[in-house]
Write a protein that binds this ligand. Sequence first.
Ligand SMILES: O=C(O)C(=O)/C=C/C=C/O
Length: 490
Amino acid sequence: MATYQSAPDLPLYIDGQFVDGFRQFDNISPVDGHLVSRVAEASEAQVAAAVKAAQAALSGPWGQLSVPARAALMHRVADGIEARFEEFVAAEVADTGRPENLARTLDVPRAIANFRTFADLAATSVSECCETPQADGGLLFNYTVRKPLGVVAVISPWNLPLLLLTWKLGPALAMGNTVVCKPSEETPSSATLLAEVMHAVGLPAGVFNLIHGFGPGSAGEFLTRQPEIAAVSFTGESRTGSAIMKAVADGVKEVSFELGGKNAAVVFADADFDAAVAGVARSSFFNTGQVCLCSERVYVERPIFDRFVAALKERAEALKIGYPNEAGVELGPLVSQKHRDKVLSYFALARTEGANLITGGDVPLFGDARDNGSWVRPTIWTGLGDDARCVREEIFGPVCHIAPFDDEEEVLARVNDSQYGLACALWTSQVGRAHRLARRVHTGIVWVNSWYARDLRTPFGGSKLSGMGREGGRHSLDFYSEISNICIKL
Ligand SMILES: O=C(O)C(=O)/C=C/C=C/O
């Protein structure tokens, strides 16, 4: 059951100090609407102070550290998260209402892995060199060095709060940058706990700064407009990405954007049927559909269409919706009433667009405190055309539309007919077809007979409105570095 604790105040963390903001905002539980905490909101002056502190830290002890020394500090941060593992689970659950088991098996372990992986990649990375013979018999020797970009603005989303904050922080810090982080106003808790760990590890003041607030006209916008920032790494909605791009355009700042998606899952008749049903149920309803990689579009080869729809309906209706600490719970609420209003607007739109509602499409009535939360039922539609808004626009909830298809060329054209290009999941037993199609899908990521299986060394990101740049493995080392070539005449 939800525990009503006295709401703690969450501070900012600027230049090595925990400080109050110029005002506070409420952090409300999406489980049952209770007040989780009151959060310090950073003023524009405080954001500027955080960026100046980060700038100053570059020329302090942090700037003198060797790569192995920085990597060792990143491992100490990972150790600190491990030591407070259950507190991080509680923080993520408090803000998002997610099942405890999800925070325990995904969010917190990935935060630890994000620091350890990029510490090790940074410490073991090598650079490139080449020799250039000269006509006069001389020789040029070229080699590259990676230098820090400088102050990196990290703006992270509310769907996987700690995972996505640390996905950026790990490489940014391992490569010697300093950071100012602005987590979503919906999920301030785990980022604030991370600041405590960073402080305890003894990162020099100004290396890591945490500001809370909102986007436009608040901390997020103030941060992107600071002249000293060298780069912005942002995960979130595409239109926010565009706004950030405009804000940093005059300064020609480096950006790495992981934005929205309207991802497809394609199920061929020759797929392992049960695996495909379980896989699509996971890719459509995981984290209550609040992952940029989720499949809101499902295409099923006609011979198995009716059987698949029935099987996915059964799986959706069997999903256990409940309090975060209930045994076997699989689905929590959406992150906020505001986000639920958006999802419910698409439930209404689907009705006006003429969808067949297979299951869900409404709010579960619990008859308890959860009726003050932000819950919706997992929802499946069929019967819409590819031009329907519910099939083209990102909803970011536990929803999918299933459509039949007849052949590879048809479904490939339909999958690619999207303003987004982030991820795709293909379910088939024909290896040749899997490789053929995967190469022709216009997304940054393709999973075959799997979904959201991650190796942190692989490139991660999308095309079109899904963003720009790739993070992961050496791609993160490259993005968070200024690479210089040094040419020596021998
Ligand atoms: O798993 C990751 O590293 C990642 O970046 C996930 C992004 C999900 C966005 O909604």
